[in-house]
Design a protein around this ligand. Structure first.
Ligand code: HEC
Length: 84
């Protein structure tokens, strides 16, 4: 799913084959980080919101709106928090 939406082109994600992108920050230890994208307090709810609409949260950010569904975003957040 992380590959399907193209997350892997920009992010390095442990456990996901081909996720070696270096355009965005690596997502290992993302569950331990205090802020997402430097602005958003890190919580599962905020991470879901970020993944679904980064341009709304931080207009002009280099991460594109990928039109991730709510269900898919929830699964991604669950996976990413398990990486810590
Ligand atoms: C076009 C490249 C690109 C794609 C595709 C992309 N991202 Fe990002 N992502 C970024 C960039 C750049 C940032 C840093 C944004 C900022 O700080 O303004 C970021 C930030 C993040 C963050 C916060 C990381 C941190 O250290 O604060 C998460 C979580 C994240 N992306 C998850 C995802 C997921 C999940 C997907 C797939 C649905 C995805 N990204 C797709 C470029 C991308």
């Amino acid at each position: 799913m992380l590959a399907q939406y193209g997350c892997v082109h920009c992010h390095a994600i442990p456990g996901v084959a081909m996720a070696r992108g270096i355009f965005g920050p690596p997502l290992e230890n993302i569950g331990k980080r205090v802020y997402l994208a430097g602005t958003l307090p890190n919580s599962p709810v905020n991470m879901m919101a970020w993944i679904r609409a980064p341009q709304t949260i931080k207009p002009g950010t280099a991460m594109l709106d990928l039109h991730v569904t709510e269900t898919d975003a929830r699964d991604m957040v669950a996976y990413l928090y398990r990486l810590r």
